[in-house]
Design a protein around this ligand. Structure first.
Ligand SMILES: [Zn+2]
Length: 316
């Protein structure tokens, strides 16, 4: 089978390796689509001492089951599935634990099944647990922010206000259900949010940028005794937080990443149901599609994020 292997900084090569055999509780998937995750862009783009090449990447897999292990009863050959792969999804085949996969609803195309990103958004929403009276401000409206806006809206809070630097991202946020969208640098955020929220500061701030500036802004905007949710994926140097401010405000801080594989997969199953029912939409989130042979171009473009970019996937 063909598999992309990162052999040095910014350089995948396509290798031919034997197709893996599933263990007793694993399934073999013929990969149709694997999403490129923001968290992988740093791995591709930066030479790090911790990297031991060759590296295989790709954890956002959707495809068709080709074989199942001896102890797997819940899947059969021919099932269309989404799966959370540890890595090695940028390949014609991959094996995953059966517990980390879910059958796709009939009305959902394999190419739209962004299982792992949906799992992240659903699990974050489950951690946030907004009340009906809560006003939520989400800072950062990339693909992950747009998924979370939809999950939060499905939970029925009072209001979801989106904030981004880019006009097109703010427009997307409105399209995916935000009640209002504000622009950093154009709108006076504190004043606008008070106007939109009956003079009250927001109850919940969600940081969905993965950058220092987003984190700082969230700490400033959230109300006293509010919830500060860190949903962005923070890489690179340690972040600085204004602990005096966080401390004084008495904030509840939630790091909304999931590391329990079964909870992770449960979130994906809920997300697929939301997709099937139309409460969650991914139709226009995938803006760029590449073949496996074009994987370096795909990563380069995803790092550059040209106008109109939301999400890239590799189609096998
Ligand atoms: Zn991902």
């Amino acid at each position: 089978m063909k598999i992309a292997q990162l052999t040095e900084q910014r350089s995948f090569i396509i290798e031919d390796l034997p197709t893996p055999t599933p263990g007793p509780r694993q399934i073999l998937i013929r990969v149709n689509m694997c999403g490129i995750c923001t968290g992988e862009l740093h791995v591709w783009d930066e030479a790090q001492l911790s990297h031991v090449y060759p590296l295989s990447l790709g954890h956002e897999v959707a495809g068709v089951v080709e074989a199942v292990g001896s102890a797997v009863t819940e899947f059969a050959a021919g099932d269309r599935v989404a799966a959370i792969n540890q890595r090695a999804g940028f390949a014609e085949h991959c094996v995953v634990d059966a517990d980390h996969a879910a059958v796709l609803p009939d009305n959902l195309e394999t190419g739209a099944a962004l299982g792992e990103p949906i799992a992240c958004a659903v699990n974050a929403a489950r951690r946030i647990r907004p009340g009906f009276q809560d006003t939520i401000v989400i800072v950062g409206c990339g693909c992950m922010g747009l998924l979370l806006i939809q999950c939060l809206k499905a939970q029925g809070p009072k209001k979801v206000i989106a904030v981004d630097l880019r006009e097109e991202a703010a427009a997307q946020a409105l399209k995916y259900g935000a009640d209002a969208a504000l622009l950093v640098g154009h709108d006076h955020l504190q004043t606008k949010i008070l106007e939109l929220n009956g003079g009250q500061e927001p109850d919940i701030l969600v940081e969905a940028t993965g950058f220092q500036a987003g984190l700082t802004l969230c700490g400033e905007l959230v109300k006293v005794r509010g919830k500060l949710v860190i949903y962005g994926y923070h890489q690179g140097p340690p972040r600085l937080v204004n602990m005096q401010l966080w401390n004084w405000k008495g904030l509840d801080v939630i790091n909304a990443h999931e590391r329990d594989p079964l909870v992770y997969a449960a979130g994906m199953k809920i997300g697929l149901d939301l997709l099937a029912s139309g409460k969650l939409r991914t139709d226009e989130l995938i803006t760029h599609r590449f073949s496996l042979d074009q994987i370096n171009d795909a990563f380069r473009l995803s790092c550059q994020k040209p106008a109109g970019y939301i999400k890239s996937v590799i189609i096998m």
